[in-house]
Design a protein around this ligand. Structure first.
Ligand code: CAA
Length: 257
């Protein structure tokens, strides 16, 4: 499949999506949104894929929604078109998603990273929600996902001032899983993604569903979901294989991977 604004590649069991609008610092326009969602959903329904990496360039993961595309829109158009609506389909992908972030992850770029299960940042990464400087607020989930991930006070600091934070601060705050030297980012993310993709799919899907549930429901409901999902995995061959391999002191040979 050839796309206009992204590059896709399958490496082993890992699907790679590279945002590719270099002249606009990977600003997220409507075409790019549709293409990322289409590519992610295609990887998601492929049982040969166990992890999806989303990345950008050394300078920018993505510098936000495309301001030039949005500038002249009316409020009614934004509502009726549900301008960012398709991103909810990206967030709903079951396959583990990894954002490999170097350079700017601003506005919608930061919000796209926040939709992923893991955020691996280069030491060059800068995260922020500068929408206030444009007279708006985050529109792809930033106010909600950030507040849940890093608390309302840190979120307010970002959203009300529009300032950016570097990778170290973002890791301390809790939206970055790991920080890596920029020149090792993609190689190390490839290793992390391959490691995840080698795990059994039923358990991976259960894990991402449990993580989503943790963010979306009260604790008691989340604990009930986890208990059911944990028990359901005992119906899989991969649970029997994983536990037998432990007992027999050998590597597991998972069937669904
Ligand atoms: N939308 C459209 N074009 C963008 C863009 C964006 N978000 N960010 C950068 N570009 C374009 C620039 O207009 C420029 O294009 P031209 O050469 O044609 O003028 C090109 O990318 C390179 O950008 P700069 O020359 O500005 O690069 P820089 O290194 O001087 O600055 C930057 C980098 C600080 C990231 C700066 O580009 C910037 O501030 N970008 C906008 C960041 C922003 O406000 N993001 C939030 C967008 S709104 C949003 O995301 C809403 C939401 O919640 C979904």
């Amino acid at each position: 499949m050839t796309y206009e604004t992204i590059l896709t590649e399958t490496r082993g069991r890992v699907g790679w999506i590279t945002l590719n609008r270099p002249n606009a610092l990977n600003a997220l326009n409507t075409t790019l949104m549709s293409e990322v969602v289409e590519a992610a959903e295609a990887f998601d329904v492929d049982p040969g894929i166990g992890a999806i990496v989303v990345t950008g360039s050394a300078k920018a993961f993505a510098a936000g929604a495309d301001i030039k595309e949005m500038e002249a829109k009316t409020s009614v158009e934004m509502i009726v078109d549900d301008h960012f609506g398709a991103w909810s389909r990206f967030a709903a992908v079951r396959t583990p998603t990894i954002a490999a972030v170097a350079g700017y992850a601003l506005g919608g770029g930061c919000e796209l990273a926040l939709m992923c299960d893991l955020v691996i940042a280069a030491d060059s990464a800068r995260f922020g929600q500068p929408e206030i400087t444009l007279g708006v607020i985050p529109g792809m989930g930033g106010s909600q996902r950030l507040a849940r991930a890093i608390g309302s006070y840190k979120t307010a600091d970002l959203i009300l001032t529009g300032r950016t934070m570097d990778a170290a601060e973002a890791e301390r705050a809790g939206i970055v899983s790991r920080v890596l030297p920029a020149d090792r980012l993609l190689d190390e993310v490839a290793d992390i993604a391959e490691g995840i993709a080698a795990k059994p799919l039923p358990a991976l899907y259960a894990a991402t569903a449990a993580l989503d549930t943790a963010l979306e429901t009260p604790l008691a409901e989340g604990l009930r979901f986890e208990k059911q999902a944990f028990a359901a995995l005992f119906a899989t061959e991969d649970q029997k294989e994983g536990m037998a391999a432990f007992r027999e002191k050998r590597e597991p040979r998972f069937r669904h991977r």
